[in-house]
Design a protein around this ligand. Sequence first.
Ligand SMILES: Cc1ncc(C[n+]2csc(CCOP(=O)(O)OP(=O)(O)O)c2C)c(N)n1
Length: 341
Amino acid sequence: MATQEVRRPYPSPEREAADDGVALLRYMLLMRFLEERAMNLYRQGKVPGSFYDGFGQEAVSTGAAYAMAPEDRLCVLHRDLAAHLVRGVEPARVLAQYMGRAGGITRGRDGNVHFGDPSLGCVGMVSMLPDMMLVATGMAMAFKLRREPRVALTWFGDGSTSRGDWHEAMNWAGVQRLPVIFVLENNQYAYSTPLSKQFAVDPVQRAGAYGFPGVTVDGNDVEAVHAVTREARERALAGAGPTMIEAVTMRMHGHAAHDDMRYVPPELLEEWSRRDPVERQERRLAERGVDVEAVRNEVRAEVDRATEEALAMPMPEPSQATEGVFCEGEAVPLGDGRPVR
Ligand SMILES: Cc1ncc(C[n+]2csc(CCOP(=O)(O)OP(=O)(O)O)c2C)c(N)n1
């Protein structure tokens, strides 16, 4: 099986906190600008289907993914573009994916958000919710059985927690004390269902009921999300089992581009717009003396280059439409501790 080196440097414990802060801002900006660009391409008819984004939630995927090591495995959900970017997926490949081009991660076999690059330790998203809970738990079980010092992490929304298989994954992870991190992206709505119709209890208490800690973190504070995930990873590596992290945030756009979200009170959006995670990190870094405008300009230029590159990519060959869709030959081993293609 061919292996491939991870293409982007990963965080190391030796790094200066200030550098980490800038890197965290860069990934959040990259996600925001890429999704803004993709929304424009959608409106121009270049992105088929609908378009799903994570506007306002950039801190959750950035902070958590940045705390993980190359040998760890991530199950990335539909609001978590920054996780792919942190792992090293190039921006042009993301836009190509959205437009169904041959250069996208699934090479035009699926659009929008159902992707994951296995060579970078990301599992392609299964759309049925919350199946990625089970995938992450299964991978963590394999790590435990093989005595590999690795951790699996998955994100999921508040709506996912109402499904039976979510509870099965939580229970098994707790019973087996698995090295897995569950990140609940509590963004106030599951499509049009508000939290008041989703939980009768504080969701973080559910972790306690399954025998492991649950922590609530401000999901719009990227450094806080990063710190809490790092701690959870250390716990998992020490054999202390899973952690559930509830990152409290807000879905600032509709469920997808087709949804005008008229069911969300405008005051709520106004309130959350004052807590924007990107602006918050920019203010923090400006106080630390960072030239934030320069970072923004750099990321904008990167997204411009990526757009040109993606638009120049061809569509896939129709004659090859079924290639790579079904599992053929050997399964990809995820257990050797290295990124695999
Ligand atoms: C089993 C299943 N039912 C319905 C859907 C359709 N669906 C996709 S996302 C979504 C809302 C999920 O809400 P939540 O888990 O809170 O995540 P959010 O979209 O808010 O990030 C629904 C109903 C699905 N993917 N899987």
